[in-house]
Design a protein around this ligand. Structure first.
Ligand code: FPP
Ligand code: MG
Length: 329
């Protein structure tokens, strides 16, 4: 089993410097806002995106560096804070009251204040980026924000209209999650002055990794033993058709498919339907099918690193691919 500690080893000192960089840059005026911001930053989670930024920076630096430096920390900060803000907003949208084993910001301070905190973080992020003068990095990262919103909107549109397709499902995953992990990898390369084709290659690597990351997230939602710190089966309660359920729906005949969708429509208020669908997805191979698709993306991601010389950064990124499939949190 690959651990995150092992993956982070080549960039341990950089991650410490990055944490200080976040605390130094992200301050707020007023007690309520400061309390909320501190709370959001204290539960930042696994830090996959900063890890990807810093490893990609190490992999693409023209000469080996002791530290990745301020541009890499800035790139990591920009992507991580977009991520933090998007989850605060996501929990409002999903009416979710738990995140990383703690009450979500909306559960603790109510939705209207959670929306404001997310907005504040995005606004501060822009100020920090622009005042740094590193316009290439800011432009590169900011373009991803619209993809996140498009992904969420597409997901919401499909939940209302029904009729999820494989193409739409993958498009949602690509936009809401893979886009920002793709940008993390490419921004890391850009931060150390990598040539354009390497920046593009890293983007493709991050996108494949990000697709796999979200598919595993969707699988863990169906896994009662997972340690995600989020309520299990929330996707069913929110009537979201993610890949594990979609794989079962695709194989079902017309009558069975209508029955399953009927049951899904009752999942918000009926826990028995949630449990029925969870078990059906497991028994009828939905988890295994989604796992197979995830493995294809991981093979693609690892394959994109083949042209790089062996190094501890490359090993760590390949290990990260294995971690995504093995993780239970
Ligand atoms: C989590 O998905 C949500 C996202 C990865 C994206 C959320 C994006 C927005 C709310 C758009 C706002 C955009 C910006 C830039 C602030 P999930 O609900 O499947 O995962 P979960 O189980 O972790 O909640
Ligand atoms: Mg959510």
């Amino acid at each position: 089993m690959v651990t995150l500690d092992k993956i982070r080893k080549p960039i341990g000192a950089d991650l410490d410097a990055f944490d200080e960089f976040v605390v130094r840059n992200f301050t707020a005026e007023g007690k309520l806002l400061s309390d909320m911001l501190r709370y959001a930053l204290s539960a930042r989670g696994k830090g996959i995106r900063p890890t990807v930024v810093l490893l990609a920076a190490g992999l693409n630096a023209p000469v080996r560096r002791e530290r990745m430096g301020q541009r890499a920390y800035l790139a990591a900060l920009l992507v991580e804070m977009i991520h933090v803000a998007s989850l605060i907003h996501d929990d409002v949208i999903d009416e979710s009251d738990m995140r990383r084993g703690k009450p979500s910001v909306n559960a603790r301070w109510q939705s209207h204040r959670a929306v404001l905190l997310g907005d504040y973080i995005l606004a501060r992020n822009m100020s920090i980026g622009l005042s740094s003068g590193q316009f290439d990095l800011v432009t590169h990262v900011v373009e991803t924000m619209s993809a996140l919103c498009e992904g969420e909107m597409l997901q919401s549109e499909r939940a209302d209209r029904g009729g999820m397709t494989r193409a739409a499902c993958l498009e949602i995953i690509r936009k809401k999650t893979a886009a920002l992990i793709a940008t993390s990898a490419s921004a890391g390369a850009l931060a150390v002055g990598a040539p354009r084709e390497k920046v593009a290659l890293m983007h493709r690597f991050g996108e494949a990794l990000g697709m796999a990351f979200q598919i595993q997230d969707d699988i863990l939602d169906y896994t009662p033993s997972a340690q995600t710190g989020k309520p299990a089966n929330n996707d069913l309660r929110e009537r979201k058709v993610t890949l594990p359920l979609l794989a079962v729906l695709e194989r079902a005949g017309e009558v069975r498919r209508t029955e399953l969708l009927d049951r899904l429509s009752r999942c918000r208020e009926d826990e028995a339907e949630v449990e029925y669908l969870r078990r059906t997805v497991e028994d009828e191979g939905g988890i295994a099918a989604a796992g197979g698709i995830m493995q294809q993306y991981l093979a693609q991601a690892a394959g994109l690193l083949a042209g790089y010389e062996p190094s501890d950064y490359r090993t760590a990124l390949i290990d990260l691919c294995a971690y995504v499939a093995e993780r239970d949190r």
